[in-house]
Ligand binder design. Structure first.
Ligand code: URA
Length: 303
């Protein structure tokens, strides 16, 4: 497309960017990531698709190796073979990172998360973590909002635009609806801990990929160890599938309590509809209301 400088052409260009999912600027100057070598977003994946030079079966030392921390680790993990990477892509969900080969960045995430002795340590660990590709385009890390210890933890999908700007989960329109939903059953931010399955905004608000959720998972598990929830409310299909390690859609999952083990804790998890979906589909609010009543009954019953 040849671009001039008149108004209509610029509007057309912006519309084109919008269709690609580019809906905000990150900096004054465009970055030519192709000239950044290893620093480019996606570089570890690109490297991973190259066959390892000295490995006959295509596996690399990383699969069995120890877990050094930091960005260098990410690059060495990025040297995994195409075979190793493809088999990881077939993993059913983020929860399966436990026994099998590791996604790029997961080993470093585990090391960093395990070292954290408190939620604040964990925040610093997240700030230093380079293993999730979403960091490259996000403005801020969105860790949590609400209580540091709570019986109820609420887990959503991913920060959106408002959250990215503010550095806190669920502060935009969906978050405001979430607060009203909580208020309707007598809860507020001081009584719950609110977070997401990934800590950085996916560009264009797309659903986070398996690699992105897996690279955040060790932090989420450590977070659970500090917050010590008994119950987890899972907002939307992406959070529910990721935490429960299932492929069913949210309409099938919602309203049904499931037992789940995360961060070494046995939790009861309730999937429900995402507030952003409820904003678009007000008729579905009656289903969410049923789920909220179930949550309130369980909270009252187990107090
Ligand atoms: N949607 C989410 O899933 N999480 C947020 O933090 C905001 C919107």
């Amino acid at each position: 497309m040849s671009i001039g400088t008149n108004h209509e052409e610029l509007v057309e260009l912006l519309a084109f960017y919008g269709e690609l999912g580019v809906d905000c600027t990150l900096a004054e100057e465009a970055v030519d990531w192709l000239h950044h070598g290893h620093a480019a977003p996606g570089e570890p994946i690109r490297q991973a698709l190259k066959p390892a030079p000295n490995s006959r079966d295509g596996t690399s030392a990383v699969r069995s190796g120890a877990a050094p921390a930091g960005a260098q680790q990410q690059h060495s993990e990025g040297a995994k073979s195409a075979g190793a990477l493809r088999s990881e892509h077939r993993a059913p969900a983020a929860g399966s990172a436990g026994g099998g080969p590791l996604e790029p960045g997961v080993a470093a995430a585990r090391t960093l998360a395990a070292r954290a002795k408190s939620l604040e340590d964990l925040r610093l660990a997240l700030d230093s973590y380079e293993g999730c590709a979403l960091r490259a385009t996000a403005k801020n890390t969105c860790f949590y909002r609400g209580a540091t210890r709570a019986r109820l933890m609420i887990i959503g999908e991913a920060p959106g635009r408002d959250e990215d700007l503010e550095g806190r989960p669920f502060v935009g329109r969906a978050g405001q609806l979430l607060d009203r939903m909580l208020a309707a059953i007598g809860l507020n931010e001081e009584l719950v801990h609110i977070t997401n399955v990934v800590y950085w905004r996916p560009p264009g608000n797309r659903t986070p990929t398996l690699q992105e959720t897996q690279s955040c998972r060790p932090f989420l598990e450590r977070q659970i160890q500090f917050v010590e929830p008994e119950l987890v409310l899972l907002l939307g299909g992406a959070a529910a599938k990721n935490v429960l390690d299932v492929s069913d859609g949210i309409m099938r999952l919602r309203g049904k309590w499931k037992d789940v083990n995360m961060g070494g804790r046995s939790l009861r998890a309730l999937p429900t509809l995402h507030p952003a979906y409820l904003l678009r589909t007000p008729a579905a609010k009656r289903l969410a209301w049923r789920d909220l009543l179930s949550l309130r009954r369980t909270l009252e019953g187990s107090s």
